[in-house]
Design a protein around this ligand. Structure first.
Ligand code: SF4
Length: 487
């Protein structure tokens, strides 16, 4: 899971009137939830592309850029730029794995590419390209480099076929879209053009916004808000679509054989609630999940409803609304979150993750004493975070804790860019299905429960998850049902 973005001025001659790199940094920073490990910026300068990538948040990396170019600030004046925030999925956590990735063709054109996704056949494809006798010199372990090389090689052969004449670059992108299997919402930049394209399944979001002066592409619509892009001037890229931004304007293309499989987990967890995703506000979607969960609890007496902050906030809100609870009973702030710890899910490595959970939450004094508490979470993968929270609430004196999960049990890993965990790490796999998970949670929690205390667990059903979208067949639910659309 990553965030990608690009900005291009419509009129190149106005270069210098807009601080394009700063705009890009602001857009990327709005997508920090999609990648905290590192950030990269690429922009044209004279006949080549300047690149700056490093570990850290986009804003920190941008600050480093300002320091790095302090005595050559003219190099930062540009009419377009491409950026990426990285969350490690495939590949290691080396500096080389940070994107955008760049390359030069034999004709001297310089390319940069950033993507959000994961190729299911990355290793075979890489071996195939390396084994083809060409010296690609892969320097990273990420799919961006592979996709970029494939497009360049295809373009190169197309030109050879025309005895060195011009070849249609769109054809090379179409080739990549047809050839590669997996998720890749992508932005490719040359010195004068920007191409955005989405794989034939449309797993990951990508949106184009525009003003009179510039275009902006971003993984999520919340990032467009920072540049005040009007809602009527935004277009979400669909499965198999290509968008070409050039000095002549914008052109759209569509490849055939699409099979839309949008990631439903973007709605449940990953996207920011202030984003509009595939035509629908994310917070509204989550509110609906909460209402469905409340319909399972018609006779349950509740004093406090609280989310596991922050992704479950609107699920809990929907639950409280449907239960007709008062404002005093909806308590998103019952657990105070230390915002400086960072997102638990996104931290690499289990040891770091456990430590983060302990540091992350603390209950308000006396808030849970003698109360019936409904705790809402969006999903359970390993169950480590939620267990610690439930224990904390019982330790704080709760009489009842009812855990409600806004999605069905996660059964399987995601191979399309959310590095949720391996099959073995899933609570579903580890504890033998739903009953096993519930038994495990109960057993772990029981030492923290006082005499007569109660603990229940309910998940959103599969059937109800499918009903949350208009055309469930257009969505990927693989981590919940194990039916992978691309293998
Ligand atoms: Fe999304 Fe799950 Fe499908 Fe991955 S497997 S794309 S997380 S729904």
């Amino acid at each position: 899971m990553c965030g990608i973005a690009a900005i291009k001025l419509k009129d190149k001659s106005r270069v210098g009137q807009f601080d394009v790199l700063k705009m890009l940094a602001d857009v990327l920073y709005q997508m920090t939830h999609r990648g905290q490990e590192g950030a990269g910026f690429v922009w044209p300068y004279h006949n080549r592309l300047e690149v700056y990538k490093n570990f850290g948040y986009a804003e920190e990396v941008y600050t480093q850029i300002l320091a790095h170019y302090a005595d050559k600030l003219d190099k930062l004046v540009t009419y377009q730029a491409l950026g990426h925030v990285r969350y490690p999925t495939e590949g290691s956590s080396l500096r080389e794995d940070l994107q955008p990735t760049t390359a030069s063709s034999v004709f001297g054109r310089v390319f940069a590419l950033a993507d959000n996704g994961n190729l299911v056949n990355y290793q075979q494809e890489r071996e195939l390209m390396e084994g083809a006798g060409m010296r690609f010199g892969f320097s990273s372990n990420n799919e961006a480099e592979l996709i970029l090389h494939a497009i360049i090689v295809h373009h190169y052969y197309e030109r050879i076929k025309k005895n060195g004449g011009e070849a249609d670059f769109i054809k090379s992108i179409e080739y990549a879209l047809k050839y590669f299997r997996g998720a890749f919402s992508t932005i490719l930049m040359t010195r004068n053009n920007i191409f955005a394209f989405v794989d034939r399944f449309g797993f990951r979001p990508l949106i184009l916004g525009e003003t009179e002066d510039f275009w902006v592409l971003a993984s999520e619509s919340c990032a467009l808000d920072i540049l005040h892009i009007p809602s009527q001037r935004r277009t979400e890229l669909q499965a198999g679509q290509i968008c070409h931004l050039s000095d002549e304007g914008v052109e759209w293309y569509q490849v055939e054989d699409i099979n839309p499989k949008k990631c439903i987990f973007e709605y449940v967890y990953f996207a920011r609630p202030d984003s509009v995703l595939w035509g629908r506000p994310v917070y509204r979607y989550r509110e609906n999940l909460g209402k469905i969960l409340a319909s399972y609890d018609k006779d349950l007496q509740v004093n406090i409803v609280m989310p596991v902050p922050d992704s479950a906030n609107f699920i809990a809100y929907g639950y409280a609304l449907a239960k007709g609870l008062s404002l005093a009973q909806f308590m998103p702030w019952a657990l105070i979150r230390n915002h400086y710890v960072g997102r638990t899910f996104i931290k690499p490595g289990q040891t770091v993750r456990d430590e983060s959970v302990r540091k992350k939450f603390n209950p308000l004094p006396g808030i849970f004493k003698g109360q019936r508490v409904v705790v809402i979470d969006d999903s359970i993968v390993r169950g480590t975070t939620i267990l610690k929270i439930i224990k904390m609430i019982f330790q704080a004196g709760a009489k009842e804790v009812h855990l409600r999960i806004g999605s069905p049990p996660k059964k399987a890993p995601c191979y399309y860019a959310i590095a949720s965990s391996t099959q073995e790490e899933h609570a579903w796999h580890k504890y033998g299905g739903l009953a096993g998970i519930v038994n495990y949670l109960k057993k772990e929690v029981s030492p923290y429960m006082s005499q007569g205390a109660k603990f229940t667990v309910k998940y959103l059903s599969h059937q109800d998850l499918r009903k949350t979208v208009d055309k469930p067949e257009d969505y990927c639910l693989a981590c919940f049902d194990g039916k992978y659309p691309v293998k």
